[in-house]
Design a protein around this ligand. Structure first.
Ligand code: PAF
Length: 292
């Protein structure tokens, strides 16, 4: 047989129940190589595949989880509409040489009687925490469960969800979880739009306007780094987003890069974060802003 035709890797092992996962993880760990987890909600794109590539670095074993977590969606959010295409995802993970696809059902993740909530205060309270009440409790709860289920040495998250990454770092430090958290820079389309599963909701016209979000944040960053006032740069970014049809604009805020405390003067490493709706699609993005 010609190797190219049979594929470089065996089909990814898809597991849906905990006893099978535990046995498979024990078997993977036997050779002493580190194990990396890439938690996802599926509908994989190049941004996720960059996380997988990072996970594989240094010969780590890789587990990718796909679980559309109901606990992190608000009542009127897109849980039902969220794109689900596991067969295609599994093909992509096979091509990338992933060892295990962990794809539990809701009844496995949250069996009857489930009553525990993990809540990280401070860093999860503003920004998306304010715009999407309960969202980060849902994220922290499911990520803790995924960590306990998979028992990875390393877990990889994208910086696109910058506040989520900060919440998880806080939680891992506070709970003494023996897991290294790696944040990977946001992967972008050629025009600069951050890759996201939710971009699939955008109409052609909306996709064209969507790039205004990274551009407005980038322009505000340049202004602030040149010495413009934080307030004026943010006001200009908001005006640009409004001009391109974003409505409502949940926030455009400069925050401390580590604690996410809001900043009105650029006097330490910061992050400018924005979230706004274009039609029915909510987009988020962020960018580093550094004092001179
Ligand atoms: O970033 C995501 O896709 C999700 O929030 C995560 C981390 C997989 C938890 O459900």
């Amino acid at each position: 047989m010609i190797p190219a035709l049979i594929g470089a890797f065996p089909p990814v092992q898809t597991l849906r129940d905990l006893p099978a996962l535990r046995t498979a993880i024990d078997a993977l760990k036997r050779d002493g190589k580190p194990l990396a987890l890439v938690p996802t909600m599926g509908a994989l794109h190049d941004g996720h595949m960059a996380l997988v590539e990072e996970a594989r670095r240094g010969g780590r074993h890789v587990v990718v989880s796909i679980f559309v977590n109901p606990k992190q969606f608000g009542e009127h959010e897109d849980l039902d509409a969220y794109p689900r295409r596991e067969a295609k995802d599994a093909q992509m993970l096979t091509a990338a040489g992933v060892d295990i696809l962990w794809a539990p059902g809701v009844e496995v993740m949250y069996p009857a009687g489930f009553a525990t909530n993990i809540s990280v205060s401070g860093v999860s309270e503003g920004l998306d925490g304010a715009a999407r009440p309960g969202h980060f409790d849902g994220v922290a709860t499911v990520v803790t469960k995924l960590f306990n289920q998979v028992r990875p040495n390393v877990a990889i998250f994208g910086e696109k969800d910058y506040q989520q990454l900060a919440v998880i770092r806080r939680m891992v430090a506070d709970l003494d979880l023996p897991i290294e958290i790696i944040g990977l820079e946001t992967q972008r389309a050629e025009d600069g739009l951050a890759l996201s599963s939710r971009n699939a909701y955008l109409s052609e016209a909306e996709r064209h306007e969507a790039v205004a979000l990274p551009r407005a944040l980038g322009e505000a960053k340049r202004q602030m780094e040149k010495g413009a006032s934080v307030e004026a740069a943010i006001a200009k970014a908001i005006a640009t987003l409004t001009h391109h049809g974003f409505d409502p604009i949940d926030y455009v805020t400069l925050c401390d890069a580590a604690t996410l405390a809001p900043m009105s003067v650029l006097d330490r490493p910061a992050r400018l974060l924005g979230a706004a709706k274009l039609g029915t699609t909510r987009l988020i993005d962020n960018i580093a802003v550094d004092p001179a």
